[in-house]
Design a protein around this ligand. Sequence first.
Ligand code: SF4
Length: 356
Amino acid sequence: MREMVRATCENRPGVYRMLGPTGNVLYVGQSRVLRTRLLSYFRAKGRGNKAARILRHAFHIEWEFAHTEFAALLRELRLIKQYRPRFNRMMVTDDWPRGYVALTGGAVPGLRVVPRSDHPSAIAMFGPFRKVAELRESVRALADTMQLRDCTLEDTSRRTTMLWFAKDSDHAVTSATSTRTRVPGCLRHALHTCAGPCIGEGDSAHYRAQAQMVRAFLEGQSDAPVVALKRDMQHASDTMEFERAAVIRDRLARVHWLQQRVLHFHANMDRLTFQYRATGPDGREFVYLIRRGTIRAEVVAPATDVEHAQLQTLATRIFEGPDPSGADIPLHDLDEFYLVASWFRRRPHERERTTS
Ligand code: SF4
């Protein structure tokens, strides 16, 4: 492998894959100087050394060049998401625990905090956010306010569909639907903080409308939960239910905390909307059209009037056309947003190469 790298690899930005005996991808990496990076693997020694460990398991190395270092980072990210290589997963270290707010889909949408952006049942995802303990409390407060479920029981959706179907269609309650098993350990329905879909309680249309409201809130387009909490607090105070008013006040503070983070998150996404010019090692320039933190197009920098006009047309379509992802960032693009954000945070001078 070393001789192959020496003979054919060049010192340009690129991405490499370490392959196992069956061609399975063990590790994906990238470098601004690919040849130097790959040769460094063959000098690595010691049991605890990451490069040495990967090389011990590798049977083959594949690589591809990228136009720029920025493009190499993006390609690495996409390959890691495609292959989910064993060594990349093992070596994920995050000094700052993060959480994502996930809205789960299905007949009975749910709301909860998850640790990763690729949660299988999420239909909308927001984050990542730090201060995970506060995040959990705030998301629970929001779920309590809107009476949404936050449980992880996989069969809740299926069982509730049956129960709601029986109620909505006025069917006789069958033996399947009459077995209303309360989920062990969860008191939220008893405390009136969840509609109780696990036992077929609540109205399906109302429940889904509440979930839609939560989605709009997390998209920064509605403050319905805050308005509802303020109204309830005022009512509790007017009727001299001071203990209840205090509980609602605390819940309001948590939901407000989450609202601030969500608005900040969307403002950050909006700030990452521009054209970015990056230069490759051979001096060629490329233009990346980035909208809300995701790369929508990469083109060679225009040189002629015709090419300038073509780029302008493309930019108008991307920046002024409807955003196919709406207010959400597509689930599969959250990591890309994070990568783009951290690229410009760590290299503030690169901001000078962007234009709105
Ligand atoms: S009351 Fe039922 S649906 Fe609601 S969170 Fe608890 S287990 Fe889930």
